[in-house]
Design a protein around this ligand. Structure first.
Ligand code: KIV
Length: 288
């Protein structure tokens, strides 16, 4: 059995110093969280990617605090001994500090997460700082920030020109100064992600950001080919094809129901004799 909360923000920083990579995976419910914890993951992210891979939206924008609280709670039940970070959804941390803290409070008290993640750079540093001052660990997220997909103009690689690379480094340093305990780098060129990683004392966790981040994060449904719309992206590696296993299992079930080979003798419950008598009478019972 793993040590309770085997990872925490102090240990994560030490892992960076010691050169020990951090493994992070998303989970959205009890079974995915339970399997991730049993497999020894360091950190679970209840990503607002649940909008895409669980709720079937085409962006993360419709995801609400209620959705995040509901899913975070079930993840915590499935992985009680793992450090759990949950996403602040679209537009829940861009208003007043009070409003942001109300959302954070719900994710921590009702959802029972250990930390929150927020997308954005310089524009959210004051907010990050206020949340950290309230005693809540914050994971930053820069590069491709899916909540701003309409401003970015699509899901494209970040840091491709010198200005953009400098902007990302500046944002990462500002988030560290604001108190973030780590930063997710999404869809960033490998060289820029490496430069950011070297410039910070807090860990970077990459997704599509190359080999030199301090850790890696991927989406549960992508790496397991579990009906994910994004499983064929270049930065995703398939570690198991559970989608095919599930599809084959269900189609065999459908076939067996149609041909009446399920349920078989092995799956039924026999009535006691006196019940048979009450149904068919003593004389006819023998015929049954
Ligand atoms: O929502 C999510 O799953 C994420 C990861 C892609 C980092 O933010």
């Amino acid at each position: 059995m793993a040590e309770k909360h085997a990872t925490n923000i102090v240990k994560m920083k030490k892992m960076k110093t010691d050169g020990v990579p951090l493994s992070m995976l998303t989970a959205y419910d009890y079974p995915s969280a339970r399997l991730a914890e049993e497999a020894g993951i360091d950190l679970i992210l209840v990503g607002d990617s649940l909008g895409n891979v669980v709720l079937g939206y085409d962006t993360t924008l419709p995801v609400t605090i209620d959705d995040m609280v509901y899913h975070t709670r079930s993840v915590v039940r499935g992985a009680p001994d793992t450090f759990i970070v949950t996403d602040m959804p679209f537009m829940t941390y861009h208003g007043s500090v009070d409003e942001t803290l109300r959302g954070v409070r719900r994710l921590m008290q009702e959802g029972r997460a250990q930390a929150v993640k927020m997308e954005g750079g310089l524009e959210i540093c004051d907010t990050v700082s206020a949340v950290v001052k309230a005693g809540v660990p914050v994971l930053g997220h820069i590069g491709l920030t899916p909540q701003s997909v309409n401003m970015i103009g699509g899901y494209r690689i970040q840091g491709k020109d010198p200005e953009d690379a400098q902007r990302l480094i500046k944002e990462a340093k500002a988030l560290e100064a604001a108190g973030a305990f780590g930063i997710v780098l999404e869809l960033v060129t490998e060289e820029v992600a490496e430069a950011i990683t070297k410039a910070l004392s807090i860990p970077t966790i990459g997704i599509g950001a190359g080999r030199y981040c301090d850790g890696q994060v991927l989406v549960f449904h992508d790496i397991l080919r579990y009906a994910s719309p994004y499983r064929d992206k270049r930065f995703v590696k398939t570690y198991a094809d559970v989608g095919s296993v599930i599809r084959e299992g269900i189609s065999t079930y459908v076939k067996e129901v149609k041909e009446r080979s399920f349920p078989s003798e092995d799956h039924i419950f026999k009535a006691d004799e006196h019940v048979l008598e009450s149904l068919y009478g003593a004389a006819e019972k023998g015929a049954k």
